[in-house]
Design a protein around this ligand. Structure first.
Ligand SMILES: O=C(O)CCC(=O)C(=O)O
Ligand SMILES: [Fe+2]
Length: 291
C-alpha cells in the first residue's frame, strides 16, 4: 500500500533522504564501522553485508519510546576500543547534523502509524483504539533503518536483501530512487514496488499477523540490485508494540474452525528468539507459528 495523501510536507522527505545520503557521503566505511554491534544495549547499530546473499549497508537507530539520535548522548559511544577520538568527534558531528531531521521524520511516521492503527481497528470491526491498546503503541518500540544498496557494478550478486518479513505492526519505507524492492503477492509472484516521489510505502508486520491470527499477513519482501545503475537509499521505519507487551492472537479470530496459529510472546522475546537483540529487529514469525 502506498500513502500519497499523508499531509507530511515534501521537505520532510527531502530532508531525510538528503540527510542520510550526506551521512554516507561524508564518512568513510572505516569511520562508520565504529557503530558495529558490540553490545546488545547499543542503540545505534551499523552493519555491512557484501556477499552473494546480501549486498547492503545499514545504520539502525532506536527512535521510540526514547529517541537515541546522537543529540541524545546515551546513544553515542565515546572513545572505546582504541579508536582515535578524532574519528568519534567527526562521526558525532556528522550524525548530530542530521539528528533533528531523523527526529522530525520519526515523529511524522509515528503520527501516520497511529492513524493507520485506528483505520485497521475499524476495518477489523473494533473500536478505533483497539490496535493501539492491544499493541501498547503509546510506548511502542520503533527503529529507523537507513539502508544503502550499491549499484549493480559494485555488488557481489543480484541480492540486496534476501526475502523476509519484518517484525512489528506497520513498516514505513521511503527511498531516493526506484528499483529493487519486491513484494511477494498472495499468488506467489514477486511484484516490483513502484513508490511515487514523496509517497510512503506501508507494509504489514509480524505482530499484526499474530494479533489477527493470520487474517492479515505480514508482507514477504526482498531487494534485488542487479538492475540498479546507481546506488539506492531507503529509510525504513519498523514500528512495533511496546517491548514488554505480550502479543497473542485475539480471541475474536480464534474458534473451533480457526485454531490459534501463533504462540504468545512479548515483543522483546520475539525479537530475541534467534539470538538477535531488539535493535537487530529480525523476524521470528516461523518460530512463533504453532500451525
Ligand atoms: O530497502 C528496501 O527497499 C527494503 C529494506 C527492508 O526490507 C528492511 O530494512 O527490512
Ligand atoms: Fe524488510
Amino acid at each position: 500500500m502506498q500513502l500519497v495523501n499523508h499531509s507530511i510536507p515534501d521537505g520532510v522527505f527531502d530532508n531525510i533522504l538528503n540527510g542520510v545520503s550526506d551521512f554516507f557521503d561524508q564518512t568513510t566505511l572505516n569511520e562508520r564501522r565504529i557503530y558495529s554491534k558490540r553490545s546488545p544495549s547499543d542503540r545505534i547499530r551499523w552493519e555491512l553485508n557484501s556477499s552473494t546473499g546480501e549486498n547492503r549497508e545499514y545504520l539502525k537507530v532506536v527512535a521510540h519510546p526514547q529517541s537515541h539520535f546522537p543529540s541524545n548522548p546515551s546513544g553515542f559511544r565515546f572513545n572505546y576500543y582504541g579508536i582515535p577520538s578524532s574519528i568519534y568527534l567527526k562521526l558525532f558531528w556528522v550524525i548530530w547534523c542530521i539528528s533533528k531531521i531523523l527526529e522530525e521524520y520519526g515523529k511524522e511516521m509515528r503520527r501516520i502509524v497511529i492513524e493507520l492503527a485506528r483505520a485497521v481497528s475499524k476495518s477489523l470491526g473494533f473500536e478505533e483504539h483497539f490496535v493501539e491498546k492491544a499493541l501498547e503503541l503509546k510506548s511502542g518500540f520503533d527503529v529507523l533503518a537507513m539502508n544503502l544498496y550499491p549499484p549493480n557494478a559494485k555488488s557481489k550478486g543480484a541480492v540486496g536483501l534476501p526475502q523476509h518479513t519484518d517484525p512489528g505492526f506497520i513498516i514505513t519505507l521511503v527511498q531516493d530512487v526506484n528499483g529493487g524492492l519486491q513484494i511477494l503477492s498472495h499468488k506467489g509472484n514477486w511484484i516490483n514496488a513502484y513508490i511515487p516521489h514523496h509517497a510512503i510505502l506501508i507494509q504489514l508486520g509480524d505482530q499484526l499477523e499474530i494479533l489477527t491470527n493470520g487474517m492479515y499477513k505480514s508482507h514477504i519482501h526482498r531487494v534485488i540490485v542487479d538492475n540498479n545503475k546507481v546506488q539506492r537509499i531507503s529509510v525504513v521505519g519498523l514500528h512495533g508494540p511496546s517491548l514488554d507487551r505480550l502479543i497473542n492472537p485475539n480471541a475474536k479470530f480464534v474458534d473451533e474452525k480457526h485454531l490459534k496459529k501463533y504462540r504468545e510472546m512479548t515483543f522483546k522475546e520475539f525479537l530475541e528468539v534467534n539470538g538477535d537483540d531488539e535493535v537487530d529487529v529480525q523476524s521470528s514469525l516461523e518460530q512463533a507459528r504453532l500451525l
